[in-house]
Design a protein around this ligand. Structure first.
Ligand SMILES: O=C(O)C(=O)C[C@H](O)[C@H](O)CO
Ligand SMILES: [Fe+2]
Length: 376
């Protein structure tokens, strides 16, 4: 297993590669070209530039005797254009054009040495919360989902405002203001698209992209829906064990795989994260491990520390299952809380992406892994 840490790039993250270098156990920087809109082609030069930044050492590093470098094997994400999800021309781009760009981007990433490309197939939004910096009982702040608030919403615009307000001047993948300005168009386009139709569109995407993934040895890894249930009447198809199995069956290639995010997957009551790890092990190319605590019967939850006893996700059982299978893929701690005055107006981190709680989380996850592997 290779432990990873998500980094949003120079000038787009409150955390530096130097900070990450000092977290024991991190080998992989999980990256993306965050200035790219879904549907755009990623050019070889810009891919190479970002990967060199991640895998190399600066002159200053060398002067300070820094030798630790990272791999840039995992991209999170190459987002999927709405025309692919709906099967309709959207924002002036046809599905075929968006597919061509996705395929060419996979080729360019494969040629550059990228091993895994993450994406999600959620309609319109990426992960969704109602509060970006919700006060926790211990004085930290965390991402928070209030099911009652969402149930009363008639217009998703309020969530867009809350999310972008929380992000400040940092990008929030899947919440690009220029794209979400077309929300009315999206609402119209999804009318009449039920789960079966959505799986059909999904199969068109996989069948178009997988041959290039196989040719350039790039594993595709779909991230579950977050939260893992339908919202606003839009179909979500990566929300349950059955749904995930159906996605894997759409195209049997091992390159059609998972970024199994156990925090997202666990947000649907009844989903069993440890069972999912064991069931889908061979198709899990990448995994996020995170903990949440349910707060009411409606399914409201707060994100909490990675320690199993902090919440409702059996993070010990998850890491034990990976360690006992000698999992060879990539794992990263997913969102963390914002601790120790990280969350100040002048230094506000990207919601869920402070430094300390993800570093603490890594030590906990590696602690379970190392304990299972311990054979002195
Ligand atoms: O943003 C995060 O922390 C997630 O885990 C969401 C994933 O990055 C996203 O849905 C994958 O495309
Ligand atoms: Fe995740």
């Amino acid at each position: 297993m290779k432990m990873g840490f998500r980094w949003y790039g120079e000038g787009n993250d409150t955390i530096s590669l130097d900070d990450i270098r000092q977290i024991p156990g991190v080998e992989t920087i999980v990256w993306s070209l965050h200035h790219k809109q879904a549907g755009e082609l990623w050019e070889p030069e810009e891919i190479e530039h970002e990967m060199k930044l991640i895998t190399g050492l600066s002159e200053d590093d060398r002067k300070r005797g820094v030798t630790k470098t990272f791999n840039a094997d995992v991209v999170e994400s190459v987002n999927v254009h709405e025309s692919i999800k709906t099967g309709k021309t959207m924002l002036g781009m046809s599905r075929d054009e968006a597919l061509d760009n996705y395929i060419k981007t996979i080729e360019n990433l494969g040629k550059a040495g990228v091993k895994v490309v993450t994406y999600n197939f959620m309609p319109v939004f990426d992960w969704l919360r109602t509060d970006m910096f919700h006060p926790s009982p211990d004085g930290s702040t965390a991402l928070y989902y209030d099911a009652h608030k969402v149930a009363q919403l008639t217009d998703p615009q309020a969530l867009i405002d809350e999310t972008l307000n929380g992000a400040g001047n940092l990008t929030m993948p899947g919440w690009e203001p220029e794209r979400l300005a077309h929300l009315p168009e999206f609402i119209e386009a999804y009318k009449g698209i039920d789960h079966d139709k959505y799986y059909e569109n999904y199969k068109v995407f996989l069948d178009a992209v997988i041959p290039t993934c196989e040719k350039y040895d790039v594993k595709l890894a779909v991230h579950p829906d977050d939260p893992a249930f339908d919202l606003f009447g839009w179909p979500r198809v990566v929300s349950s064990k059955e749904g995930i199995q159906r996605v894997l069956d759409l195209n049997p290639s091992p390159y059609n795989g998972l970024c199994l995010c156990l925090g997202s997957f666990s947000s649907r009551r009844g989903n069993d994260p440890v069972d999912a790890v064991k069931t889908f092990m061979d198709r899990i190319h990448f995994s996020h491990v995170r903990n949440i605590k349910f707060l009411d019967e409606a399914g409201s939850f707060s994100e909490v520390g990675h320690r199993a006893s902090e919440g409702d996700v059996d993070t010990i059982g998850i890491m034990k299952a990976y360690a006992e299978a000698d999992y060879q893929g990539y794992i990263r701690p997913d969102h963390g809380r914002h601790l120790w005055n990280e969350n100040t107006p002048e230094h506000r981190p990207r919601p869920g992406y402070g430094l300390y709680d993800r570093a603490l989380g890594i030590q906990y996850l590696l602690g379970v892994w190392d304990t299972v592997k311990y054979n002195k």
